[in-house]
Design a protein around this ligand. Structure first.
Ligand SMILES: Cc1ncc(COP(=O)(O)O)c(C=O)c1O
Length: 486
């Protein structure tokens, strides 16, 4: 069991005059900064460098991460982040480049953006990408703004008012549509966990602007009627949007562009091995078919005939920048490094192994846990604790907590909403057979304990620094501020 003693805050350990100061004797800051930038009173803690290093190292040791254990968080693609990515992003030529650096001095960095843009367009079958949006949801928003601009230009701005979203979609899909001012129409899945094509056709009309789809969907199932779907949406004058959060399932196998999608986003931080989680910096490039290229957010990295790179801001039809400067540029370097390190064949293999690993767990797990869609999955699958709950009172939440006790990060639970007591598992390609077997055995043992001694599982976790918390209150009323005691 980890040391559960509370770690004092740096505010509590600080002592006046103890801060490590690199500006001479600590009273000469105004030699480096104008007086107007200095504050008279700022209640910052003063700790020695060593105390600060120890403080944050201790905190990090209490945090679960992909570097410390298996992280099968469905739809989040928590794969290993190769250290070569970090080494490349930390190259001084990239790391120290000023965002206002003139184009002539930033040729390598802009070339990196250009090459990533070209690579993504090739892998996903789109005409062009913009690397500007900073997360998946941000990409959704950008793409829907493009859809809006496109229909406005066509004179259909007022008429095209609805966005169709399947009920398995991530919550950000309807949220993004609503933010752009669209009315959201939810589409019920069929018994096979796919879009019900007949129902879709009924929902389509002259008001349809966009149909947003994730393929494979969040049940880990490939939408096998996708060509019929894209054809029907296009015939109604609507656009197809591809939520690329699950792109780890299909690289080198199928391309959204070939399926008929007009607009898409990627979560670079998932598929292309970039550390994420906890709301950290992300990258959500959007790709578009040829007729939407002029609407892409600025800037777009371009190369002229002489091979010179520049950032194109002069795009009159652009929806404008979604993010300041070059967005999260270090992620561009990490993603391109990952692509170069693996190559086209490597990316194909990555997706194949991600699918293989998910199916390996699925087949083992179905011996002791319900799997509502009993067919080969893609990179993730869903199980359900509904029968277990009926029999023992043990819920998906309890299983997730019991996994923490056994050294595993919890899978995604209660999403997608269409599966009661849902447990969504995505192992990714980076895990060994031994790790997958260890996880399967842990789940099997939890299920056996749930039946013989359900209270034991309901009391989990007992081996973690923090036990059960009021999750609703923690999410709705987070109070993370330190305040001086008055
Ligand atoms: C299917 C799906 N779509 C969209 C998103 C949103 O991506 P982001 O968290 O980068 O905003 C997620 C995130 O988990 C997702 O799983």
């Amino acid at each position: 069991m980890p040391n559960a003693a509370p770690i004092p805050l740096v505010f509590e350990t600080g002592k006046r005059g103890r801060a490590t100061v690199y500006f001479g004797d600590g009273h000469a800051l105004d030699e480096f900064l104008p007086k107007s930038a200095l504050r008279e009173s700022l209640p910052l803690p003063e700790n020695s460098e060593l105390d600060v290093v120890r403080h944050f190292t201790r905190l990090a040791q209490r945090t679960f991460s992909i570097d410390t254990g298996f992280y099968p968080l469905g739809s989040c693609t928590m794969k290993y982040n190769p250290r070569i990515n970090e080494a490349m992003a930390a190259q001084p030529g990239f790391r120290d480049l000023h965002p206002f650096a003139p184009t002539d001095l930033a040729q390598g960095a802009i070339a990196t953006m250009y090459e990533l843009e070209r690579a993504l367009s090739a892998v996903f079958g789109m005409a062009q990408f913009s690397l500007n949006p900073a997360a998946g949801a941000h990409g959704e928003l950008a793409a829907l703004l493009i859809a809006k601009a496109y229909f406005r230009k066509k004179g259909e701005g007022a008429q095209r008012s609805t966005v169709i979203v399947p009920d398995t979609a991530h919550g950000t899909n309807p949220a993004s549509a609503a933010m752009v001012g669209y009315k959201v129409v939810s589409l019920k899945s069929d018994a096979r966990g796919r879009v019900d094509v007949a129902e879709l056709k009924t929902a389509l009309g002259s008001d349809t602007a966009v149909c947003m789809m994730t393929n494979p969907n969040t049940l880990g199932l490939f939408e096998d009627h996708i060509l019929e779907i894209t054809e029907a949406v296009h015939a109604a004058g609507g656009l197809m949007y591809y939520d690329g959060a699950n792109a780890n399932a299909l690289m080198g196998n199928s391309r959204p562009g070939d399926m008929g999608f007009d607009l898409m986003h990627l979560n670079l931080h998932k598929t292309f091995s970039i550390p994420h989680g906890g709301g950290g910096a992300g990258a959500g490039p959007i790709g578009v078919a040829e007729r939407f290229v002029d609407f892409l957010p600025t800037p777009v990295a371009v190369r002229d005939r002489d091979g010179k790179f520049s950032l194109d801001f002069e795009r009159p039809e652009s929806i404008g920048p979604m993010r300041s400067f070059w967005s999260n540029f270090a992620h561009v370097v990490r993603a391109l490094t990952y692509i170069y390190a693996n190559g086209g064949e490597g990316l194909t293999k990555i997706s194949q192994l991600a699918v293989l690993n998910a199916n390996y767990i699925r087949v083992a797990v179905k011996e002791f846990l319900e799997t509502p869609y009993d067919e080969p999955c893609r990179h993730e699958f869903v199980a359900s604790a509904q029968a277990l709950k009926r029999e023992t009172g043990v819920r998906a939440l309890d299983i997730a907590k019991a996994l923490l006790d056994r050294g595993y990060h919890a899978p995604t639970i209660y999403f997608p909403l269409v599966v009661p007591e849902c447990i969504m598992i995505e192992p990714t390609e980076t895990e060994s057979k031994e790790t997958l077997d260890g996880f399967i055995n842990a789940l099997r043992e939890i299920m056996a304990t749930a039946k013989s001694d359900p209270q034991k599982i309901k009391d989990a976790p007992v081996n973690t620094v923090v036990g059960r918390i009021d999750e609703t209150r923690a999410a709705r009323q987070p109070d993370l501020r330190w305040q001086p005691s008055l």
